[in-house]
Design a protein around this ligand. Structure first.
Ligand code: AMP
Length: 393
């Protein structure tokens, strides 16, 4: 069965086509700068990567070009072969605790959550509507970034703010990166060959979040009402004292919206180092003994260690700690800095193996006598979407 896994952003469209249940990727790619000058797309097929410049006016246009590519490359011979399209949808609020088959009434329910994710949900829903138009015979499925965290209990998701903010406006912890946390926690359960296990999943990418997972169910996570809370990120602050917002507004005359942008786009590793939000750029500066970059690393590691320690206690001990996403998969020095700080728990990193596991490799990075085994597990949100879509079909 052929299934498309898609992620529609405001000016981009990422896609993978899978043969299910084998989970074989037949073609993948991304359309970028949709609706802007110099739009282009890249496709990967049979180990080859091709970039094509072309005018892509809107998402409908991108989908038509995608269908042409599928036909030209003989990935499909007719549209009927595409049995399902799975869509990543950022916010499911507390309405959606798992993936669902989409129709117009569900799309309207998702639109009611637009206030919670104004930058993402409208683009996600628009993508779904365009796919319904282009491939009406396919089952459309919505997979929510928040859904995996819906198993958290009230005492973990309610903030200590006036309770009516929660009741009237839905102000609570939601958590994000759910498809990734779910993928990694399912994979570690397979690796350990244990259905019931306590794991901490560290999704360290440009955005980052950490989850405590018991028996495959999330019990706590570091991102909150928005994806800006929790650990330090590429350009987001993570947890801060909210009093800073009013203070900076008074000092600079900036509006709440402007300060929000600063906290999202000019903070985190970029804000501290003044160099970049990308760890590769910061690492180069560390080689030159650039003090703000060294400080950024330490603050980043502190924030991760703090959440791991908290979740270790919340879970009452763990069976594994897992690292995933851009930094977690590819930056052994960050993993080592984090795990060295956890040596008081009896965790012992194997420096040689840790250095070797990167660029898509999966494996254990701790010594045999480590109290807790720690793993690198490359994430795969796209395959989770394809699995849910195939299952719902
Ligand atoms: P993601 O959001 O999961 O795609 O992660 C992207 C981030 O991973 C980039 O912004 C980098 O900070 C980081 N990253 C990717 N490759 C490397 C690498 N080889 N070494 C260090 N950091 C990396």
């Amino acid at each position: 069965m052929k299934v498309l896994s898609v992620n529609a952003g405001s000016s981009s469209l990422k896609f993978q086509m899978y043969e299910m249940p084998e989970e074989k990727v037949l073609i993948s790619g991304v359309f970028e700068r949709i609706g802007l000058d110099n739009s282009f797309y890249t496709i990967k097929i049979n180990g080859e990567k091709i970039e094509k410049k072309c005018d892509v006016k809107n998402h409908g246009d991108a989908i038509n070009k995608l269908i042409d590519e599928l036909l030209e490359n003989k990935v499909i011979t007719s549209l009927d072969e595409i049995k399902g399209v799975g869509h990543r949808i950022v916010h499911g609020g507390d309405k959606f605790s798992k993936s669902v088959v989409l129709d117009e009434s569900i799309l309207k329910e998702i639109e009611q959550l637009n206030d919670l994710a104004p930058l993402h949900n409208p683009a996600n829903v628009m993508g779904v509507r365009e796919f319904i138009k282009a491939i009406p015979s396919a089952v459309q499925v919505g997979c929510f970034d928040t859904a995996f965290h819906q198993t958290m209990k009230e005492d973990r998701y309610v903030y200590a703010t006036p309770y009516e903010w929660y009741e009237k406006y839905g102000v609570r912890r939601y958590g994000f990166h759910g498809m990734s946390h779910r993928y990694v926690s399912e994979r570690i359960s397979e690796i350990l060959d244990k259905e019931f296990c306590n794991v901490i999943v560290c999704h360290l990418g440009n955005g980052g979040s950490i989850s405590a997972v018991r028996d495959g169910r999330c019990i706590d996570t570091s991102m909150g009402f928005t994806p800006n809370s929790g650990i330090v990120m590429g350009s987001r602050s993570g947890d801060i004292d909210y009093g800073i917002i009013q203070f900076i507004s008074k000092k600079t005359g900036k509006s709440i919206e402007e300060i929000d942008t600063d906290l999202n786009k000019s903070s985190g590793m970029l804000g501290i180092s003044g160099v970049s939000s990308d760890f590769r750029d910061i690492d180069k500066k560390i080689g030159e003994h650039h003090k703000p970059s060294i400080l950024a690393h330490h603050i980043y590691v502190n924030s991760i260690v703090g959440y791991i320690a908290k979740y270790f206690v919340e879970l009452g001990g763990v069976d594994a700690i897992c690292f995933t996403a851009g930094v977690g998969e590819n930056a052994p020095h960050i993993r080592r800095m984090v795990l060295d700080r956890l040596s008081c728990l009896g965790i012992k990193v194997d420096k040689k193996v840790n250095d070797e596991i990167r660029f898509g490799k999966e494996g254990i990075i701790t010594k045999d006598d480590s109290s807790v085994p720690c793993y690198v597990i490359p994430t795969n949100e796209e395959v989770m979407i394809a699995r849910d879509t195939a299952n719902l079909i």
